[in-house]
Design a protein around this ligand. Structure first.
Ligand code: ADP
Ligand code: MG
Length: 454
């Protein structure tokens, strides 16, 4: 059976870009066929989404060659492998770095693969544009993903907000996970690490906490600058660091500044942070900004004329997140107003949006599209019935009006039937937080964004 699926994949591979193929399709598995229904295992909800949108029909067509009675294809998110108890994890002194990497599977195994939900599959090395501003950081991250614990340890990446630190860190996670499915990768933000530590103390589970971090093969901690002024957590991190480093376990840290500028940290910790490699990410230059925009437009299936790309790349210079945000805003407005994306349109629209927010006519379309997505009526969203089925879509509308169309909180409140601006702030923040922590919400937002773009 897996042979059939390999054949189907081989056919699909020809018509799908390489990064998309390796991110979404390669990790799929054939589960089985029964009375016209074929089940395919996918690693996570993101993959399910992407495949359903982009190539389910083609998959069906290909499978029909093998199963003439085929009626439908179901994509099933395969449950994560049950976590092993800590005692089963390799002991620290065992050199798990020598574990053989899995070769990229030519024939997809029929067994369920361990599922990766911890890293966003979009954040890979393939989707990262390399320029002079980030070349060293990129190369170092790739080296670490190929030989964890053996090259730069710790690897310390620093750079301003929105320049790709989290993207690269997750690319390491995705890379290591792809080669060594069994390696114990612990990925966390500094804030989550702190909360985890404080809770562990309160609930007297400190040994569990220590086991979790001190048994990592690869420890990835994002935004380490937040360790400032947290003496207890710093102390704990210091010990974790020493134990892992001595055992050649890979440590990767990101921060918005270099270690020696993190003056609120203890000196002994600062010195350790510089033991390996410190690599910076700077703001991209014009050419790199344009290349990033091209890549993002391609990822989102947008056809944007070169002069518009160049215009955005000239206007938005602060960071990559803003760059990407402007592209999405522009594409969304163009779709809502059914306008072609010309340079004149870009000039006018980006100025308008950045200054005063989008007009209400577009807001109504947003309400309509969100309502359609959740199979409810626009009047449900504009009304004030406080049931869960309506409150969430309402918050989603607030989120898009604020984040994509730059409207003011009072403007949004008024649009949504005279709600107070604090209600709107609450709703928008709720979605921002949930989007980070809940893949289902992340996927809703992404799907709706795509619908808005048209
Ligand atoms: P940071 O963690 O440094 O604040 P992120 O990693 O969250 O920044 O990046 C912000 C956004 O910009 C993400 O969507 C990321 O994919 C994108 N991005 C940043 N740098 C690049 C790059 N060189 N190529 C492609 N996308 C990038
Ligand atoms: Mg980040």
């Amino acid at each position: 059976m897996s042979l059939i699926w390999s054949e189907v994949l081989a056919t699909l591979e020809k018509s799908i870009s390489r990064p998309n193929f390796s991110t979404w399709l390669k990790p799929t598995t054939f589960i089985g066929e029964q009375s016209g229904l074929v089940k395919i295992g996918v690693a996570n909800p993101y993959a399910k989404d992407w495949i359903e949108k982009n190539c389910l029909d083609e998959i069906k067509k290909n499978l029909q060659g093998h199963f003439p009675n085929l009626e439908s294809v179901a994509l099933v998110v395969v449950a994560k492998e049950a976590k092993k108890p800590l005692d089963d994890l390799p002991l620290l002194h065992e050199n798990s770095v020598n574990e053989e990497p899995v070769s990229s599977p030519g024939v997809i195994a029929e067994t369920e693969e361990p599922v990766n939900r911890e890293f966003n599959p979009i954040y890979t090395f393939d989707s990262f544009i390399v320029g002079n501003n980030n070349r060293l950081a990129f190369a170092a991250c790739q080296a670490v993903a190929e030989k964890p614990g053996q090259t730069y340890n710790p690897l310390f990446i620093y750079g301003g907000v929105g320049l790709g630190k989290t993207h690269l860190m997750q690319a390491i996670g995705n890379g290591v996970r792809g080669r060594w499915p069994k390696k114990n990768i612990v990925y966390t933000s500094c804030e989550a690490f702190t909360t985890d530590f404080v809770t562990a103390i309160q609930e007297k589970r400190i040994n569990e906490f220590k086991n979790k971090y001190r048994k990592a093969d690869v420890l990835l901690i994002d935004d380490i600058q937040f360790l400032a002024n947290k003496e207890g957590t710093q102390e704990e991190f210091f010990h974790t660091f020493n134990i892992l480093h001595q055992a050649n376990r890979q440590i990767v840290l990101t921060s918005d500044r270099v270690p020696k500028e993190m003056t609120e940290l203890e000196d002994r910790l600062i010195s350790r942070l510089g033991w390996g490699l410190i690599a910076d990410i700077q703001t991209p230059n014009f050419e790199t900004r344009a290349a990033i925009l091209q890549e993002k437009a391609k990822e989102k299936g947008l056809d944007i004329p070169e002069e518009v790309i160049n215009y955005i790349a000239t206007t938005v210079t602060s960071n990559v997140r803003e760059l990407e945000g402007s592209l999405i805003k522009l594409a969304t407005m163009a779709a809502l107003e059914s306008a072609p994306i010309t340079k004149d349109y870009a000039v006018k629209t980006l100025k308008d949006i950045l200054r005063s927010g989008a007009p209400n006519i577009s807001s109504r379309k947003v309400v309509q599209i969100v309502a359609e997505y959740f199979s409810i009526e626009p009047s449900d969203i504009l009304g004030s019935r406080r049931v869960k089925e309506l409150v969430y879509p309402r918050h989603v509308v607030m989120y898009f009006l604020r984040e994509t169309l730059n409207q003011s909180y009072p403007q949004i409140g008024e649009m949504l039937g005279g709600k107070d601006h604090t209600t709107v702030i609450y709703g928008v923040n709720k979605i921002i937080t949930k989007k980070k922590n809940d893949p289902a919400v992340e996927s809703d937002i992404r799907n709706i964004q795509e619908k808005l773009i048209g």
